[in-house]
Design a protein around this ligand. Sequence first.
Ligand code: DX5
Ligand code: ZN
Length: 218
Amino acid sequence: MVKVSPSMLSADFSRLGEELKRIEDAGADWVHIDVMDGMFVPNITIGPLVVKALRPLSKIPFDVHLMIKDPIRYIEDFAKAGADMITVHAESGGNTMKAIEKIRSFGRSPGISLNPGTKFSKVRRYMDKVDLILVMTVQPGFGGQAFREECVAKISEARKFIDDNHLNVEIVIDGGINRETGKKCVAAGATVLAAGSSLFSNENMKEEIMLWRTFDKT
Ligand code: DX5
Ligand code: ZN
């Protein structure tokens, strides 16, 4: 069944604890936490202190998406703050393989992400080292952008590679996901849908999540 990971980026930042509860009450599988440094992307969001503050409020897995330069510098902080999955970008500089190994060394699940302009071939060599691949379907930095259709082929490419090599890797899609684009992504092979604006603007997040769970590969 498709998993859903609502993105805190669309939450009310003055009430993050309550928003986390709202996500949990809606039956979400994970919560997606977007970390931005104003360098890798032109926006700044939250850091490990916020993750640490939220951790005791919920048992839901924290899916932490690092949109920061040279992310190896902060892996220990996010692991200790209580992140369950930690995803780094292929374009973020530094030694990506070492960053992935470091995430694993803290007993966390590593993920690799790629921007819309980055080819799947750039991340192929990490696929037997990670637990998830996060395919960006918008340019990272801001919520509420339009889904980029041209990225769907990359989802199919990742699906084929994972299946051909009998790997156990989740395919997470992030950016512009709603009930239409989410369905397309699942048909192409996605297993997890991360979404901010479409879920938070919906008065009944629970019903929306239940609908997305019914998507299948047909
Ligand atoms: C964008 C973030 C996304 C963002 C998605 O840089 O990585 O996780 O929250 O927001 P929507 O679903 O509004 O495109
Ligand atoms: Zn994200």
